[in-house]
Design a protein around this ligand. Structure first.
Ligand code: SAM
Length: 280
C-alpha cells in the first residue's frame, strides 16, 4: 500500500488548491484517515492480480491505498474537477480515470476487466450503483463497499430480520454479503451525521437457473411494496388476482399466508419460475 496516504492536512490543502467545495448532492464526504483506508483495503481481501473498480475516487484517498494492492485500478468519477485532478494525486501508470456516472457505465469501457469493486460510495445512490455494476460486469468476483450504516444493515440482512427488504434480496441474487465493520463520522470531511458500515460481498451462481433476473426482481418488488400483507394479497396485482397468486405460491411450495420478509431469494425465484410455467 502506498505510504503516502492522505491525512486531514493533505485533504484540506488538496481541496483548497482545487477549489473543491464538497456537495451533498454528490455524496461528497472525503476520507482523511489512513487507518480507515488500510482497514478498507485489508477487508477487501484483494489479490495482487485483481483489477479494482473504484466508484467516486474523490480526492484520491482510497485510490492511493488501492494502487498499492492490485495490478490495475479503474476510478469512475462524475465530478469533472475531481476526475481531472486524480492522475496528479495518484501518479501511477496502472490507474485509469473515467469521467462518468457509475449508474450508466457498461462493461465495454473497462480494459482490463474489473474483478473487485472497492468504494466509499456516494450514499444517495449506493444500492443502485452496486446492483447496476454486478449486472453489467460479470467479471466482478466481489467487492467491499462503504455505505451508510443503515444501508449496510439492509444489504446484509437475511429473511426474518426487520431490515430485510428489496436491497437484501436483490444483492443476494448476485452475491453472498456480510458486514465488515462500522466506521465513525469523524474520519470524513465534511463530517456526515450518520455512521457508516462496510459490506463485503462475494459473487455466487444465481440461486435458480432458467429464470430471468428481471422476472424474479418483479416478484420481489411486488412482495415488499406491501410488506405487511400476506403474499396472497401482496402478489395479487402482479399475478392478476389473489386466487391466481395463491395457485402460483402453492405450486412454488410457499405458504400464501407468508410475508415477503420471510422468503429467501431462492423462494422468490421459485415463485417467478412457477408464474412463467403457468403463463402468468
Ligand atoms: N473515495 C473518496 C473518499 O473515500 O474520500 C470519495 C468518496 S465520496 C463518499 C463519493 C464520491 O463519489 C465523490 O467523489 C462524488 O463526486 C462521487 N460520485 C457521486 N455520484 C457519482 C456517480 N453517480 N458516479 C460516479 N461518481 C459519483
Amino acid at each position: 500500500m502506498a505510504d503516502s496516504l492522505l491525512g486531514p492536512a493533505e485533504i484540506r490543502d488538496l481541496a483548497a488548491r482545487l477549489g473543491v467545495a464538497p456537495t451533498k448532492k454528490l455524496g461528497q464526504n472525503f476520507l482523511h484517515d489512513p487507518n480507515t483506508i488500510r482497514r478498507i483495503v485489508t477487508a477487501a481481501q484483494l489479490r495482487p492480480d485483481d483489477v479494482a473498480l473504484e466508484v467516486g475516487p474523490g480526492l484520491g484517498s482510497l485510490t492511493l491505498g488501492l494502487v498499492g494492492a492490485v495490478r490495475h485500478v479503474h476510478a469512475v468519477e462524475i465530478d469533472p474537477t475531481l476526475a481531472a485532478a486524480l492522475p496528479e494525486t495518484v501518479a501511477v501508470p496502472h490507474l485509469s480515470v473515467h469521467l462518468a456516472d457509475a449508474l450508466r457505465v457498461t462493461g465495454d469501457r473497462f480494459d482490463p476487466a474489473p474483478t473487485m469493486l472497492v468504494a466509499n460510495l456516494p450514499y444517495n445512490v449506493a444500492v443502485p450503483v452496486v446492483l447496476h455494476l454486478l449486472a453489467q460486469l460479470p467479471t466482478l468476483r466481489g467487492g467491499l463497499v462503504m455505505v451508510q450504516k443503515e444501508v449496510a444493515d439492509r444489504l446484509t440482512a437475511g429473511p426474518g430480520s426487520k431490515v430485510y427488504g428489496v436491497p437484501s434480496v436483490k444483492l443476494a441474487w448476485y452475491a453472498e454479503a456480510k458486514p465488515a465493520g462500522k466506521v465513525p463520522p469523524a474520519v470524513f470531511w465534511p463530517v456526515p451525521n450518520v455512521d457508516s458500515g462496510l459490506v463485503f460481498f462475494a459473487r455466487r451462481e444465481p440461486p435458480a437457473a432458467g429464470v430471468a433476473r428481471a422476472d424474479v426482481f418483479a416478484v420481489v418488488d411486488a412482495a415488499f411494496a406491501q410488506r405487511r400483507k400476506t403474499l396472497r394479497a401482496a402478489l395479487a396485482g402482479w399475478a392478476g388476482g389473489p386466487d391466481r397468486a395463491e395457485t402460483v405460491l402453492r405450486a412454488a411450495g410457499v405458504s400464501p399466508q407468508a410475508r415477503g420478509e420471510s422468503l429467501t431469494v431462492g423462494e422468490f425465484a421459485a415463485i417467478a419460475a412457477e408464474a412463467k410455467l403457468s403463463g402468468y
